[in-house]
Design a protein around this ligand. Structure first.
Ligand SMILES: [Zn+2]
Length: 496
């Protein structure tokens, strides 16, 4: 071991000890100390791999799943480290605003079924630092890959940088919705980030959501081979009043005409002026047979043949995740039978329709990040037609989006319309008060609304609920609440 590596390890270990003394959880802390005390130590290392391995191991042992810091360190040392570490790995990248994690899990299931030697960035570290760290963890010290395959979820804004280095076999572009405006700017800016990334990798097969007028504009701008996916029928809610993030033609700004809408701005769009329109997808949902509480059944056309598909997740928006992952697997060369099996078998987690046992009361956690996702979750809930306790947690930290005005675009009126089925509404998070106000304006009976500023009290109330509990948190409130739930009720740590 080089003396410099030794110093880096020592610093991390010291930081870890200090951290334990402080009994706090900042994952970036050990590395920050290392960088402050001895930046030149890290600067002169020939490769970043060792640093990642060391700090990553230390952080994992700390039990806090430090996912971004080790990669950040490595990138400081070697900008092209991701390009080097991913050489020889067949990568599938999933990007877009909504559905990245679930789509990745579905793809992963087929990989696991086939016994492929793969890895995935499961812990939600989907920026270049987290992705780099994940590749380093799955490399030898000399930078040789340990796996042949990888399923990588990539933040839509980070895709322009990540795809500079990563050359995937397949890229899935799920959709573009308005999301955390303060972070990403205009919706077309997000789209352009994705396109810019794709320009770096012209040979990757693109799986394009044919129903998203924004994503569907990509193929005309890039030379890549394309597989389109989509939903050929309305998904139960032919509600054309629902907010659209992209009502106007991307080319000529004329308002789109829709034969049907599935949700948000997704659907069979066409521009009456310039003729830009949805193109028929090769992988498509052709019929929705059942939208159940826990699962859905659809008919899916894959490469010209129709298959009955059981999707091991409820809610209309997961049908998009299923058809998107089916397109990716089809592009990858999986048989339709293998695809159908994977969609019926995969498990979900990390706040995506994740199930909890609240001391006998069933709980489900459904992460929301933007109005479109929020509306879909509430549509699912309203469609259950059964008594429920509903919990919304709204934070306004950076990872949630500091601008919470989107709650006024979300259709909380759907909750009010549930009437007697909506038994209790618990609100929590750093912006619980605004949320209560929003719900009041939506027409939710005020006597049903209870504000909890403390997660422990919230958890007590959830456990005491006589009705199934549906929890809808924003990102950081999901992390906090999950942490508390695990501490109080037990359960696996999420990064395992
Ligand atoms: Zn047009």
């Amino acid at each position: 071991m080089k003396i410099r590596t030794f110093f880096a390890v020592l610093l991390c270990k010291l930081a870890r000890g200090l951290l334990r003394l402080l009994r706090r959880g900042g994952t970036a802390f050990p590395g920050r100390v290392a960088l402050k005390v001895y930046p030149q130590v890290l600067g002169v290392l020939s490769r970043g791999v060792r640093v990642i391995l060391v700090t990553g191991t230390v952080l994992r042992r700390l039990g806090r799943g430090g996912t971004n810091l080790p990669g950040k360190l490595a990138l400081k040392i070697d900008k092209n480290i991701l390009g080097e570490l991913s050489r020889g790995v067949k990568v599938t990248v999933v990007t877009g605003t909504n559905g990245k994690t679930t789509t990745s899990r579905m793809i992963e299931q087929a990989f696991a079924d086939a016994g492929l030697n793969y890895f995935a960035n499961r812990s939600g570290a989907n920026l270049i630092s987290g992705i780099t760290a994940e590749f380093a963890m799955h490399s030898t010290l000399t930078g040789r890959p340990k796996c042949q395959f990888a399923v990588i979820e990539c933040d839509e804004a980070a895709s322009k940088t990540v795809l500079k280095y990563l050359k995937p076999e397949v890229i899935v572009a799920t959709n573009v919705f308005r999301d955390q405006l303060d972070r990403y700017g205009e919706i077309t800016h997000t789209l352009n980030n994705i396109i810019e990334g794709i320009h770096h990798t012209p040979e990757s097969t693109l799986c394009i959501n044919a129903d998203c007028s924004l994503i569907a504009s990509i193929p005309a701008q890039v030379p890549n081979p394309v597989v389109r996916f989509g939903v050929n029928v309305p998904l139960g809610g032919d509600d054309l009043t629902e907010i659209s993030d992209a009502p106007h033609c991307i080319h000529c700004k004329t308002e789109y005409v829709y034969d049907y809408r599935t949700y948000g701005h997704l659907g069979a769009f066409r521009c009456p002026k310039c003729g830009y329109h949805r193109e028929a997808p090769q992988v498509a949902v052709t019929a929705v047979l059942n939208l159940g509480v826990d699962t859905s059944d659809v008919t899916m056309a894959i490469g010209g043949q129709e298959y009955a598909v059981h999707i091991n997740l409820p809610a209309a928006y997961n049908i998009y995740n299923a058809v998107g992952s089916a397109a990716a697997l089809y592009a990858f060369g999986f048989t339709p039978e293998a695809i159908v099996h994977a969609l019926g078998a995969f498990g979900c987690g990390f706040g995506r329709m994740e199930k909890f046992d609240l001391r006998g009361t069933p709980g489900r956690m459904m992460l929301v990040k933007n109005p479109a996702g929020c509306n879909q979750t509430m549509r699912y809930l309203a469609g259950l037609n059964e008594d429920a306790t509903f919990v919304v947690c709204l934070n306004d930290r950076d990872a949630d989006g500091t601008d919470i005005s989107w709650i006024w675009d979300a259709d909380f009126e759907r909750l009010a319309a549930m009437g007697e089925h909506l038994r209790h509404v618990f609100v929590s998070g750093t912006r619980a008060d605004e949320l209560r106000l929003r719900l009041k304006y939506a027409g939710v009976d005020e006597t049903k609304i209870q504000v909890y500023y403390d997660y422990d009290l919230l958890i007590d109330a959830m456990c005491a609920s006589e009705y199934p509990v549906f929890i809808m948190p924003t990102y950081t409130s999901m992390l906090d609440l999950r942490g508390r739930l695990q501490k109080r009720l037990g359960g696996k740590e999420f990064w395992e």
